[in-house]
Design a protein around this ligand. Structure first.
Ligand code: PLP
Length: 358
């Protein structure tokens, strides 16, 4: 399909404008020279409406677009206590005059008691957001008992609000809701236009993958617009078949976005062949600093004066730089890194931030 059909399909969807789009796209000349590649950055971290933003704002615009039409009064979403997604959904909800409610998990062993307000949690409190914190142990992403406790908290609060006559929308962790997956088709569409304006054709697009909300839209845009770019995803959690998040989930979401675009839907195997997830940069666990990530945060800051964060984008950039060093990115390639945000987490506890000034 061409750009006009693509835009027409997306313009038909309900959308509540909150962020500032298109987000910037720019060269990283000093890192490019150091690695012998042409490296660019797409700045979803600058999506707005405030300086600490990220990739979930686009999802929120589409999800809240329909929510406003449907008369939703409250949005309940969940995530880790330092969630970027929760912060952005809260901001978007407030601007749309919808009440946001966050159900947050905290791994006390890793992150200590919630004694101080820091990072994204501080910002949520500043916005006056109702938060429910659930203490969890171990890996919060797939433990059934913990998932049940979170689900109960959400269901109880929803029932309470509905009994008072309110209309409640529940949005999954990371902003995973069917209305949102189309959002990042626009991200790749912007990147194509912006890279052409910069006189390059992208060979690779790198990003950090977690709850799988950005990749399906970007893949659908690539497939429907017929561009040869290769997506490479660096994960912050396990992504094998049988895990909570896995390539099969990405395939299903990509098919759904292609359907919404009115684009041909290829065989599952064709979509699956586009998915390339490197799990070597997770480190010890989700939201635990890794030495590779701390080094990448430092390296970017010292070369370009740009910051990435410790829970997601530092790990993603560490993966990209490793691929550049090892030759998995051939010299001279045109490469984009999707900066998905995570800046609030630079102001978190040392276990999350790591030793970035060392
Ligand atoms: C959510 C998030 C990711 C992961 O993106 P998914 O679309 O959930 O896979 C990466 N970086 C940041 C900063 C995020 O908040």
């Amino acid at each position: 399909m061409d750009f006009t059909d693509f835009d027409t399909a997306i313009d038909k969807l309900p959308r509540r404008r909150v962020g500032f789009y298109p987000t910037p796209f720019h060269a990283l000349p000093n890192l490019s020279a150091a690695y012998g590649i042409n490296l660019f950055m797409k700045r979803e971290d600058l999506a707005g409406p405030s300086a600490i933003s990220g990739s979930k704002m686009r999802l929120a615009e589409f999800i809240l677009g329909r929510a406003v039409e449907d008369g939703v009064t409250h949005v309940i979403t969940q995530g880790a206590y330092l969630t970027n997604s929760g912060l952005q959904f809260a901001a978007a909800c407030l601007s749309a005059r919808i009440t946001p409610i966050l159900v947050l998990t905290r791994n006390v062993t890793q992150h200590g008691e919630l004694g101080e307000f820091r990072g994204n949690y501080l910002l949520n409190r500043t916005m006056g957001v109702e938060t429910h914190v659930i203490n969890v142990t171990g890996n919060t992403w797939d433990a059934a008992e913990q998932a049940a406790r979170i689900a109960d908290t959400i269901a109880n609060r929803k029932a309470e609000l509905e009994a008072q006559g309110h209309k409640v929308l529940v949005v999954g962790a990371g902003g995973a809701h069917p209305d949102g997956f189309i959002a990042h088709a626009l991200t790749f569409r912007e990147m194509l236009q912006q890279s052409h304006a910069a006189g390059v054709d992208l060979d690779f697009a790198y990003h950090t993958i977690g709850t799988g909300t950005a990749l399906p839209g970007m893949l659908a845009a690539k497939l429907s617009l017929g561009h040869p770019v290769k997506f490479r995803s660096i994960s912050v959690l396990r992504y094998n078949d049988g895990d909570w998040m896995n390539p099969g989930v990405i395939v299903e979401r990509t098919k759904a976005v292609l359907g919404t675009l009115g684009a041909p839907v290829p065989h599952d195997a064709t979509i699956r062949a586009e998915i390339d997830i490197d799990q070597r940069f997770i480190g010890e666990d989700y939201a635990v600093a890794s030495p590779e990530s701390s080094a990448a945060i430092r390296e970017l800051a010292r070369a370009e004066g740009v910051f990435v964060g410790p829970a997601y984008t530092g790990k993603g950039l560490a993966g990209l730089l490793d691929h550049a060093r090892s030759g998995r990115i051939p010299a001279g390639s045109n490469v984009a890194f999707l900066h998905t945000g995570d800046i609030g987490n630079l102001f978190e506890i040392p276990q999350v931030v790591g030793h970035i000034t060392a």
